[in-house]
Design a protein around this ligand. Structure first.
Ligand code: SDX
Length: 392
C-alpha cells in the first residue's frame, strides 16, 4: 500500500517481522507470551516473572527470580541529574512529555558498551528499575511533592504505588487488592508483538543506537491517542458522555459519522477482529476491584452499556470493532487514584519489558540490517528549471 511501511527482520521488503516473543490470533482472540496463554500468565505469575519470561524466553527458577528482582531493585535509583531535568518543565506538562524526554538522557548518565552482553543486561536492569521511579517523580514533580525512592522490600507494583502516592505525612495504604490489580494490568500490557511502539523500537534500534534511545522512540509512539494514549481518551470520552446525560446512542451515531472526527476510544484493533482477551480480563477485574474497594463508579456501568450497545450495532459489528485493552483499564487506574494524565505512563511501565524483548531479539538477529522501508513514488516526473532566471 502506498505510504505504508512494511517491516521485516532485516526490514528488507518481505512485509512482516519474524519473532519468537508474542503470538496473537486476532480471529480467535488468542494472546500468548512465549507460548503461555495470557490467562495463565495472569493467574500464575507476577510482573517480574512476566518481564523475565518476555525478555529471556522462559520463566525464571526461584534463584533466577530472586536475583532478577534484587538486581532491578539495586538499579532503581535514578541519577539526581535526571530529577533536575524535570525542574524546567511547566507544572501542567503532560507526564509523557517528561518521561519520554528523560529516557534518551539515561545514556548520558549510564553509557554502556553494546558489545558487552553483561553491560547490555545491566542497561536492561537500569530501565526496569528506574522507569517506575522516574514515572513516580513525574507525578510528584507536577504536584510539587518531594521525591520518593524505591523500597526493595516491596513488590514491583507495590513499590510504584508507594513511590507515587506516599508522602512524609501520609503513607499510602497498600491494599493487597489494589497491588494485585496493578500487577495484573502491568502483566496484561507487557508485550503485544509488532504494535506501533514495538515497531518503532525495532526501526530506531535497527540503526544500532543505544537501548535507551530505542525505548524512547517506543515511548513517543505509545503517547499517541490512537495507541497508548487511548486509555486516557476513553475516560475523557466516558466522562463527556456521562456529563451529556449518558446519551449512548448519540455518541454511537457520532462515531459512525466520519466527518465528526469522533471515534469510540478503546474500541477497535488492527489485529483483534473478534475480541481482545485483555479487555475481557480487565473488565472482569474492574468489577472485582471496585466492589472490593466499595467504589461504585458510574463510568464502569456506562462503559458496559456502551460496549453492549456497540456490539449490537451493525456498523460496529460489520467492522469487527470490539473493546480493546484500553477500554476498561482506565477505570481500574482511576479506582487506584491514578489521574487520567498518568494512564499512558502506566501503559509504558507495563510495556517496557516487551519493548526491551523486541529490541534484544532484533539486536541478536545475525541477519539484522538497518530499517529502510521503500515507497511508491507519486510525485512529479522530471521537470525543467534551466529556463528560470535566478532572482536572489
Ligand atoms: C492499542 O497494535 C496493537 O497491538 C496496539 C495495542 C497494544 O497492546 O500495543 O493493542 C494497544 O493501541 C489499542 C488501540 C487503542 N486505540 C484506540 O482505542 C483508538 C480508537 N481505535 C481506532 O482508532 C482504531 O480502531 C485503531 C487505531 C485501534 C485501529 O485502526 P485501524 O486498524 O487502522 O482501523 P481503521 O481505522 O482502518 O478502521 C476500520 C474501520 C473504519 O471504517 P471504514 O473506513 O471501514 O468505514 O472501522 C472504523 C474506521 O472508521 N473504526 C472506528 C473505530 N475504529 C475503527 N469507528 C469508530 N470508532 C472506532 N474506535
Amino acid at each position: 500500500q502506498t505510504g505504508m511501511i512494511t517491516l521485516d527482520p532485516g526490514y528488507v521488503n518481505t512485509g512482516s517481522c519474524e519473532s519468537n516473543i508474542t503470538f496473537i490470533d486476532g480471529e480467535k482472540g488468542i494472546l500468548r507470551y512465549r507460548g503461555y496463554p495470557i490467562e495463565d500468565v495472569c493467574d500464575k505469575t507476577d510482573f517480574i516473572e512476566t518481564a523475565y519470561l518476555v525478555i529471556y524466553g522462559r520463566l525464571p527458577d526461584q534463584n533466577e527470580y530472586d536475583k532478577f528482582r534484587d538486581d532491578i531493585a539495586e538499579h532503581s535509583l535514578p541519577h539526581k541529574g535526571l530529577a533536575k531535568m524535570f525542574e524546567a518543565f511547566p507544572k501542567d506538562a503532560h507526564p509523557m512529555a517528561l518521561l519520554a524526554s528523560v529516557l534518551p538522557s539515561m545514556y548520558a548518565y549510564y553509557p554502556y558498551d553494546e558489545n558487552d552482553p553483561e553491560q547490555v543486561d545491566k542497561a536492561i536492569l537500569r530501565l526496569l528499575g528506574k522507569v517506575p521511579v522516574l514515572a513516580s517523580w513525574v507525578y510528584r514533580k507536577l504536584r510539587g511533592w518531594p521525591l520518593n525512592y524505591s523500597n526493595p522490600d516491596l513488590s514491583y507494583a507495590a513499590n510504584f504505588l508507594n513511590l507515587t502516592f506516599s508522602t512524609p505525612s501520609n503513607r499510602f495504604k497498600l491494599d493487597p487488592d489494589i497491588v494485585k490489580a496493578l500487577d495484573l494490568l502491568l502483566i496484561l500490557h507487557a508485550d503485544h508483538e509488532q504494535n506501533c511502539s514495538a515497531a518503532s523500537v525495532r526501526m530506531v534500534g535497527s540503526s544500532q543506537v543505544n537501548l535507551y534511545a530505542a525505548i524512547a522512540a517506543g515511548m513517543c509512539s505509545l503517547w499517541g491517542p490512537l495507541h497508548g494514549g487511548a486509555n486516557q481518551k476513553v475516560l475523557e470520552m466516558l466522562d463527556m458522555i456521562q456529563r451529556d446525560g449518558g446519551d449512548i446512542d448519540k455518541y454511537l451515531e457520532l462515531a459512525k459519522d466520519k466527518e465528526s472526527g469522533f471515534r469510540l476510544m478503546g474500541f477497535g484493533h488492527r489485529v483483534y477482529k473478534n475480541f481482545d482477551p485483555r479487555a475481557h480480563i480487565i473488565k472482569k477485574h474492574a468489577d472485582r476491584v471496585l466492589s472490593k474497594l466499595g467504589i461504585n463508579d458510574p463510568l464502569l456501568n456506562l462503559a458496559k452499556k456502551l460496549e453492549e450497545a456497540a456490539l449490537n450495532d451493525p456498523y460496529f459489528a460489520e467492522r469487527k470493532l470490539y473493546p480493546n485493552v484500553d477500554f476498561y483499564s482506565g477505570i481500574i487506574y482511576k479506582a487506584m487514584g491514578i489521574p487520567t494524565e498518568m494512564f499512558t505512563v502506566m501503559f509504558a511501565i507495563g510495556r517496557l519489558p516487551g519493548w526491551i524483548a523486541q529490541w534484544r531479539e532484533m539486536q541478536r538477529d545475525p541477519s539484522l540490517r538497518i530499517g529502510r522501508p521503500r515507497q511508491v513514488y507519486q510525485g512529479e516526473t522530471e521537470r525543467e528549471l534551466s529556463s528560470r532566471v535566478k532572482n536572489h
